[in-house]
Design a protein around this ligand. Structure first.
Ligand code: FIX
Ligand code: ZN
Length: 424
């Protein structure tokens, strides 16, 4: 079995396999679409170029001492995009991953990524319509399912679900009940719940447990959510004697509801929010979190399912090792600051060696629809490279690798492991 033959099989399998994307921040046009400032569907070149990763980067090129944050935020979206294009794509080489991604997306859409201004791109995008453009992006990216992030505590998001009966009806998308405040700000979350007619009290008195469960069930059913997700700080611990309310919420509300519904909890651990508030969504940082807390949850709730992605590179090996101990733990994706070729390669290679094909290597985490094109192009390239090496290693042990093995494995990694874990 030659390396060249294996490379051909892997290339064919990885690029032809439709991906079911486990985590994005995009949504169908019924949620409103840019350039409507109220629109939750972000798409097109001005959104691509003003991605919060690039906002953070442009403030390295033109520091806030020269261009105060508020002055940037007072600019129009077009002016912001022109500013970023000038400083990161024209006056500097767009060699970073977030810049390179924009170029890949433009190029795969049939546009020349070497323009010195955004004018031509804007003319092209002005001819697109959101709904058809979603199909185009999914076709280019070869994505067959886009999993959303639906933060129910966000007034705009909740309002759409309450006003739009069709909010969850687009078969291209799957909803996710995102409930961060319940674990990041329990008292505030209880105040919200009370204002929505749920008798929830921070001290768990009265009918709090039943009412929080009722809230979770209501929104899981309304959204037909495929899982519940939370972003958690590096300090998250389970159990946590310093946060008895968090422990009680997990034990008495979240776990029973998810067990009843047979749905996973996606824990996204390690995001330290707004370390630089001036950057707004781009102002978050990463921190080393506690894998033992994940182990405790997998051990204490053996019938529950935990999808876990962690933000610190330092947590990845321990998380993969924990995955060897618990079949109800599914490591997924190379999240955020890890979604760079060098780290995707390191993490995917390690996961294949520790977990075989029993994990989910990537999620796009796209905030702008068009990013699906580059996030999956760049990830497929790295996943293919690692798979070739591992199959060659296998042949050196005398195993006969076939095209069928490769196709089956790639389907597991890019679609079936995720869908099976959801029970779909
Ligand atoms: O919590 C999350 O889902 C994070 O992915 C986002 O909050 C973050 O801003 C992001 O989009 C990172 O890529
Ligand atoms: Zn995300």
């Amino acid at each position: 079995m030659s390396r060249t033959q294996i490379e051909q099989w892997v290339k064919k399998a990885v690029w032809s396999q439709p991906v079911s994307d486990p985590h994005t921040h995009t949504c169908p046009p019924v949620f409103g679409a840019s350039p409507n400032p109220e629109g939750l569907l972000l798409w097109g070149v001005d959104e691509l170029v003003t991605y919060h990763y690039l906002i953070a980067e442009v403030f390295r090129a033109v520091p806030a001492t020269k261009l105060p944050y508020e002055q940037y935020w007072a600019m129009s979206k077009t002016e912001q995009a022109d500013h970023i294009w000038k400083h990161l794509f024209v006056e500097r080489t767009p060699i970073g991953e977030a810049c390179r991604g924009v170029l890949t997306a433009l190029e795969r859409l049939g546009l020349d990524p070497n323009e010195k201004s955004l004018t031509k791109y804007r003319k092209w995008f002005a001819k697109q319509t959101p709904d058809k453009y979603i199909d185009k992006v999914m076709q280019i990216a070869n994505v067959d399912l886009i999993t959303m992030t639906n933060p129910v505590f966000d007034d705009q998001e909740r309002g759409i679900w309450e006003r739009q009966p069709k909010a969850g009806g687009d078969p291209r998308f799957a909803a996710v009940l995102r409930i961060d405040p319940l674990l990041r700000d329990w008292p505030g979350a209880c105040a919200n719940l009370s204002s929505w007619g749920y008798e929830a009290r921070p001290d768990f008195s009265g009918k709090t447990v039943d009412e929080v469960r009722r809230f979770l069930v209501h929104w899981l059913d309304k959204m037909r959510a495929v899982y519940v997700a939370t972003s958690l700080p590096p300090e998250f611990r389970y159990p946590d004697p310093r946060n008895p309310a968090g422990d009680r919420f997990i034990r008495e509300c979240l776990m029973p509801v998810l067990a009843e519904k047979g749905k996973p909890w996606a824990m996204m651990i390690g995001a330290r929010l707004r370390v630089n508030p001036g950057l707004r969504e781009g102002g978050d940082a990463t921190g080393i979190a506690d894998v033992m807390s994940v182990i405790n949850l997998c051990h204490d709730f053996p019938r529950s399912k935990f999808m876990v992605t962690m933000l610190a590179r330092e947590n990845q090996h321990e998380l993969a090792a924990a995955g060897r101990k618990f079949g109800n733990l599914l490591p997924f994706g190379c999240w955020w600051f890890l979604n760079n070729p060098s780290l995707v390669e390191e993490i995917t290679r390690m996961r294949l060696e520790l977990l075989g094909t029993m994990f989910v290597p990537q999620h796009a985490d796209a905030r702008v629809l068009d990013q699906l094109i580059y996030k999956w192009e760049h990830s497929r390239r790295v996943i293919a490279k690692v798979l070739v090496d591992k199959y060659v290693d296998l042949t050196l042990s005398g195993y006969t690798v076939t095209a069928k093995h490769v196709q089956r494995d790639v389907a597991l990694l890019l679609r079936d492991n995720y869908r099976e874990f959801l029970g779909r």
